[in-house]
Every structure is written in C-alpha cells, then in structure tokens.
Design a protein around this ligand. Structure first.
Ligand SMILES: [Zn+2]
Length: 252
C-alpha cells in the first residue's frame, strides 16, 4: 500500500507571495487525512483531492496560520451535504486550548469537533496516530502516524524538547518545522526550532528522511537546508504541490 504526503502549504507565520501556510494531505489507499489547515490550504487541497471525501482533519494547534481555512472549508462542506456528496460531519481533531479558539471551530453540521489529547493514541481508517505536547505559545501537539509499516512524524510548531526525539524515533519521514536559523536561537528567540535543531533531532531519532517546513516567508528555504545538512545530510526543504511517497527503510 502506498502512503503519501502532499504538501499543500508550508509557510508560517504568514505566506510568501503566491504561497500558503501549513497544510499536509496524508493518504493511504482510500483514506485521506488533512494535517493543519492554514490560509490557502483549502484551495490547494482541491487541486489534489475532492475535499468532501476527507476522513478527518487534525489541527496541531490553534494559531491562525494552521487553522484559518477551517473557517472557509465549512462552507464547502455545507454545499457538499446539500449536493449529497457527503452525509456525515467531517471529523476535526484539535487541542482544547485556547478554549475560545476551540469553541469557534464548530459550525452547523460541517464538523464533528473532537479534543486531541496531549498524549493520545487514536485510529482513523488504516492510520494510527500518536500525539505529544510541544513547547509553543499555545498548546501544540506533535504527531506520529503509523500505517502499513510506514512511519511518519510531524513536529508541529515547537521549541526543542527531548520528547520530540522519542516521538520521531525511527520514522521513515520526519516533517519538522525550521522557522529559525541558529542565529535566532542565539538571539534568544523562542517558540520555534532552527534548522540545525531539526537536524539534531532527526539524527538522534534515526529517521530516514528529514523534510523541513514552516518556512519563514522572508528567507530562502534552501538556507535552512544548508544549515541542517551539516548535521543531517538526508534533508530537503518542503515544496508546495509536491507529493512524497513515504517508504520504509530508505537509508538501508
Ligand atoms: Zn505556525
């Protein structure tokens, strides 16, 4: 079975011109999950997949660059019900804090909003999803997804924390934010990882492949790759519109 990830948007905290914020389509056979739904993602999603066939959406955290198109996709879902293209509300998992943001997610019968536990384990179709709490301005959950012996992890937005190494341990594909460079960390900036930190986590966790994401709109993503590859050579920058096949043991 092929497990694949399509990058719909990979910028934050706002998009560069013509780009989109965080959104990733994870698919296996007939089951499709959307991880994060930032601005520009709903439009991009429709270039790849009939959105009304999604099995579930997972929001890593409730910042606008990861959730804003949730408030637009709901109109599309409403239309899909009217046209008979969908009969059930779309499962939407999200951290419960901040409470005011969580309570805004519900809309008519568009979504069935479910809390995403900080250290949870759940199953959607063929996917097993594990969560771990990161360190960010708001509650932010990293995810590990396993399916047909393929293992994938997504850091979400976070500072460095040792548990992220455990969550990403041995995965075939590690999608890790790298909003900063080392100079930012030295300057004392918080809330995000540098490319070097992402590479350090990838090396320690023994992942097969590292893909850097959450590109800063005013910096060249290739600069992040140059910083990371000194520590972990099998690294690349996420590219919008690209579909990546998640393969077992690509470094063996
Ligand atoms: Zn973000």
């Amino acid at each position: 079975m092929i497990v694949q990830l399509t990058v719909l948007g990979c910028y934050g905290p706002y998009p560069a011109a013509g780009k989109a914020c965080s959104g990733y389509l994870l698919q296996e056979d007939g089951c499709s999950l959307l991880l994060d739904c930032g601005n520009g993602v709903f439009s991009r999603l429709q270039e790849h997949f009939p959105f009304y066939q999604l099995a579930a959406v997972f929001l890593s955290h409730l910042h606008a660059d990861h959730i804003s198109d949730i408030f637009v996709m709901r109109y599309g879902l409403e239309m899909a019900y009217k046209k008979g293209l969908r009969s059930e509300p779309l499962l939407l998992y999200a951290p419960v804090e901040p409470v005011a943001e969580f309570s805004r997610l519900s809309y008519k019968n568009a979504y069935r909003v479910e809390p995403l536990a900080e250290r949870g384990e759940l199953t959607v179709g063929p996917f097993k999803i594990y969560t771990a709490p990161g360190i960010h301005a708001v509650s932010s959950l990293a995810m590990r997804v396993e399916c047909s012996k393929k293992k994938f992890a997504y850091s979400a937005d976070t500072e460095y924390y040792p548990d992220l190494v455990d969550l990403a341990r041995g995965v075939n594909f590690f999608l890790c934010e790298a909003n900063y460079r080392e100079e930012d960390i030295r300057a004392g900036l918080s809330n995000h990882l540098s490319a070097a930190q992402a590479a350090g986590i990838a090396r320690e966790a023994g992942v097969d492949r590292l893909v850097l994401t959450h590109h800063h709109p005013e910096r060249d993503p290739e600069g992040a790759v140059r910083e990371a590859e000194k520590i972990f050579p099998k690294v690349e920058a996420a590219r919008e519109g690209e579909t990546y096949i998640i393969q077992e043991g690509t470094n063996q």
